[in-house]
Design a binder for this molecule. Structure first.
Ligand SMILES: [Zn+2]
Length: 253
């Protein structure tokens, strides 16, 4: 991307606390400034994630969501207020996020991932982060990322439970796609449109994912493994499943 490097004083003033994290420093902050993240879905998970990614100083973020804000969204989707009802989530999120810092370029499209793919090419994408509530979009985005060797994570929540899936984008012959991992889920039983939810569950899952993504992009060293974290906030259990064997034959078409 074409952002200029920040001066040392600008970096220290704006991101000083983040620079203290092992592995970030000025070099990591400048790495973040050069990264472009595609964020799919601006519901509870996506709005929280958008805030953390922009506040971390990611260089560019492209926001996708075709949906409009409704009253029932407001208890968990933190970019919106009552005045935003019936507005496009992507447009409102851009307005909110543009006021956070001077370094992040915000691009938005009120489109689904699939519609956007049909209209744009995906040059210069460093990370695809799926926060959608659509099983089909999760399959499509995970396969697209695998096929193009782009770093990828996907998060989902239902009631007190969360799933954080990450893919190794270097050794893609060992990478399972979403369809391999969850073959029996379909759109009708997966969408969280009507599922039970309290906002902080989304906050926890999104924060966990964003922490890993920010470190991955700052360190400039691919660290995402093929793994799933299963999070249950009622029991306080987090279980990690390492995905070692792959015979995925699916490709994005
Ligand atoms: Zn597969």
């Amino acid at each position: 991307m074409d952002q200029q490097e920040l001066t040392d004083n600008q970096i220290i003033e704006e991101f000083g606390r983040q620079l203290l994290v092992p592995g970030i420093s000025e070099e990591g902050q400048n790495n973040l400034l050069k990264k472009h993240v595609l964020l799919i879905g601006l519901g509870a998970l996506g709005t929280i994630s958008s805030q953390y990614l922009v506040r971390a100083g990611i260089g560019s973020i492209t926001l996708l969501d075709f949906d409009k804000v409704s009253l029932s969204n407001l208890h968990r989707q933190i970019n919106y207020n009552k005045k935003d009802i019936d507005g496009y989530k992507s447009e409102i999120s851009k307005q909110v996020l543009e006021n956070i810092n001077s370094v992040t370029k915000i691009i938005q499209h009120p489109l689904s991932f699939e519609e956007f793919l049909n209209r744009n090419n995906f040059e210069n994408l460093d990370f695809i982060f799926d926060c959608s509530d659509s099983y089909q979009t999760k399959i499509n985005s995970s396969l697209f990322a695998k096929t193009k060797s782009i770093a990828y994570s996907s998060i989902s929540i239902n009631s007190s439970e969360g799933i954080f899936l990450s893919q190794d984008h270097i050794k893609t012959d060992k990478t399972l796609c979403f369809k391999c991992l969850f073959p029996n889920i379909d759109e009708t039983n997966h969408r969280c449109l009507n599922s039970a939810m309290i906002g902080p569950v989304a906050g926890f899952v999104a924060s966990l994912a964003c922490s890993k993504i920010i470190l991955e992009l700052a360190k400039n060293i691919p660290q995402m493994k093929n793994e799933i974290l299963l999070i249950d906030l009622l029991t306080s259990d987090i279980n990690k499943l390492q995905l070692k064997i792959s015979n995925c034959k699916h490709t994005y078409e």
